[in-house]
Design a protein around this ligand. Structure first.
Ligand code: MN
Length: 483
């Protein structure tokens, strides 16, 4: 490896998402988050002698849904392995995980970065149990262990090593979060630890075909930190290669405080874990009927809605992305479009005033029905009510009285305007005659006069003229008078 070579980074991700089943993966213990340490723990999770795990069927249904959403091959026969290792948060001495027969193989997730679409291919999606949690408190000699998390159901999504930038990494994490939320199988909250990510980072020369030595970075709990860690690790490896040395294959941990990665352990050989099928759990067979039942429960997915919004409703990539970001908003928009064919206007209403409301308040507290919003859109499109009036006067009124029709509100508040172009021009002429000095000032180049005339105009028509049209007409008239 020579100095000044051009390098590229190849990243593979392992994303863990905690499933929102009511009970743990192999026991009836509760999965409730934020409870006092060691209050959600029974005999099975801490592996008291004689206890036997029993698989929670929901876990298999959830992972199958994830697999279907990601176009994976669903394994019809699966089993769980024991992955043997010692750690204080793992009282059994092994983790139960699907290794040899994962629930899903292959498949892909589409990401979009700067308008470019890329299929991120998946290696597999499997299910497994989580371990407990060690708590190291500052200034204390002892560490504490909380087993509430032990036995929590997880899915792990493993990509092929093919992501090439931090932008692709964050886009991928975003998509995963969107999909689990649309499927309602996980809340996808990284802050609560419901979604975690490990990244395999290897830097190589641009023309190399063989992947560089791989470093696994662990413990990143936000998209921002994943980006920081990958950026740091890329630079670190580049420097090592530039100095003519080899990158050590190892597992490193990311420190959120200084943004650096630190060595944890050298990469173990795979067989160190002594995987073998757990003899206490029988293999899982997914019958045709079961699979059909799961398929029939699949909700609409972001990718499908994104495609529909672009091809059926003619929206831009940007609008379609914003609208499909959250399931509630996407479905709301789709419903509005059942009642109006002014799709782009509907998108503007949702991305504008409605989203402004949702940014402040709970989605569920939004009282306007899709049909009513569609009526409001139709009312503006018919003419007689400007978008500005509709947004400033009718929309807030509708939020208070969602049972009213927008047209009714417009009548009650006397909002219908006779301010067509002709009447606006008449009013402009009236103002110009009334304020000849202002016109002179404008002719001398004082731009602020436009605001004066606009203000006066909007005041006299009680805000009923469409300000955009009024401004256009005013400018046109002033230009005529100037020349
Ligand atoms: Mn795992």
């Amino acid at each position: 490896m020579g100095k000044n070579a051009n390098y590229k980074v190849i990243i593979g991700l392992e994303v863990h998402a905690q499933l929102n089943t009511k009970t743990k993966i192999f026991s009836t213990e509760s999965t409730k988050f934020g409870m006092k340490p060691n209050t959600q723990v029974g005999a099975i999770s801490i592996a008291l002698p004689g206890t036997l795990p029993k698989l929670n069927k929901k876990v298999i249904e959830f992972v199958t849904k994830m697999g279907l959403a990601c176009h994976c091959d669903i394994s019809r026969t699966q089993y769980f392995d024991r992955k043997n290792y010692f750690y204080p948060d793992l009282p059994k001495g092994y983790q139960i995980t699907q290794d040899g027969a994962p629930a899903c193989r292959n498949g892909y997730i589409i990401v979009r970065v700067k308008g470019e679409e890329k299929k991120i291919m998946l290696e597999k999606i499997h299910c497994e149990e989580d371990a407990g949690k060690l708590i190291h408190q500052e200034g204390e000699m002892d560490s504490k262990v909380d087993f509430n998390r032990a036995g929590m159901p997880l899915i792990e999504i493993v990509t092929k090593p093919m992501l090439e930038s931090v932008e692709e990494v964050s886009a991928f994490m975003n998509e995963v979060r969107k999909i689990v939320r649309y499927l309602e199988i996980s809340n996808g909250n990284m802050e609560e630890g419901s979604m975690r990510c490990d990244a395999n980072v290897s830097v190589m020369e641009v023309n190399d075909t063989q992947l560089g030595n791989k470093v696994e970075v662990k413990n990143m709990n936000s998209i921002r930190n994943i980006r920081r860690a990958v950026e740091y690790e890329t630079e670190r490896q580049k420097k090592i290669l530039e100095s003519g040395n080899d990158v050590v294959c190892e597992t490193r941990t990311f420190d959120v405080n200084d943004g650096k990665t630190y060595p944890m352990r050298l990469k173990e050989e795979l067989n160190d874990y002594r995987y073998f099928p757990d003899p206490d759990l029988s293999p899982i067979v997914i019958s045709d009927t079961w699979l059909e039942k799961i398929k029939s429960e699949m909700p609409k997915l972001p990718e499908e809605l994104y495609a529909k919004f672009i091809s059926n409703y003619g929206l831009s990539d940007y609008d379609a992305q914003v609208l499909t970001d959250s399931k509630e908003i996407a479905l709301f928009f789709e419903e509005v479009c059942n009642y109006t064919s002014h799709y782009k206007t509907a998108a503007n209403w949702i991305i504008g005033p409605a989203k402004a409301y949702w940014n402040e308040q709970d989605f569920a507290s939004f009282s306007i029905k899709p049909k009513t919003l569609a009526s409001l859109i139709e009312l503006v499109e018919k003419g007689g009510i400007s978008f500005t009036i509709a947004k400033q006067k009718i929309f807030p009124e509708l939020l208070q009285n969602p049972e009213l029709e927008p047209e009714e509100i417009a009548h009650n508040l006397d909002l219908f305007s006779d301010m067509n172009d002709q009447n606006i021009v008449a009013l402009i002429n009236e103002l110009i005659t009334e304020f000849p000095m202002k016109l002179e000032e404008f002719k001398k180049g004082k731009k602020g006069i436009i605001d004066f005339f606009m203000g006066e105009l909007m005041r006299r028509c009680k805000g009923k003229a469409d300000p955009r049209i009024a401004q256009e007409l005013l400018m046109k008239r002033l230009r005529e008078l100037k020349s």
